[in-house]
Unconditional design. Structure first.
Length: 142
């Protein structure tokens, strides 16, 4: 049994990629896309982010949800490069984006250990394109 099967279960596609790995990665890609594109990030964006988290299987307790939705009032603004101030929503957006990008970088490391195959390469390319796109959007909007 391969390392990915041990980590993510026995259910794999024709080329050894575990279905759970694909599903988790697709959910992370949706989170990253939302966080990269939702600007300015406000309460509505946070609501959508929480919904995406829950859709991906992450349970968000009511207290945590309240804190996240009240971030503008709970987290003081921070001055950033260029003289812009990041409110609580924006600070959380940036932090969440960094976490999810790091998680995807770990997925890329695991996938690169797999034997080369066209489907694996295409999946890896999809992940790398999403990471680069999110980073490009982040740089453009600073």
């Amino acid at each position: 049994m391969g390392i990915l099967q041990k980590l993510f279960g026995k259910s794999t596609d024709d080329h050894g990629l575990p279905h759970e790995l694909r599903q988790r990665t697709d959910a992370k890609l949706a989170l990253i896309q939302h966080l990269a594109e939702c600007r300015p990030f406000a309460r509505e964006g946070m609501n959508a982010y929480i919904a995406l988290l829950e859709k991906s299987g992450v349970e968000v307790p009511r207290e945590r949800r309240t804190q996240m939705l009240d971030a503008a009032a709970l987290v003081p603004p921070v001055l950033q490069e260029g003289g812009n101030a990041a409110d609580g929503y924006e600070q959380l957006r940036q932090a969440f984006l960094r976490v999810h990008l790091d998680e995807l970088a770990d997925v890329v490391k695991v996938i690169r250990q797999l034997p080369p195959h066209a489907s694996t390469a295409a999946f890896l390319e999809k992940i790398l394109d999403a990471i680069q796109g999110a980073e490009r959007l982040a740089m453009e909007r600073k």
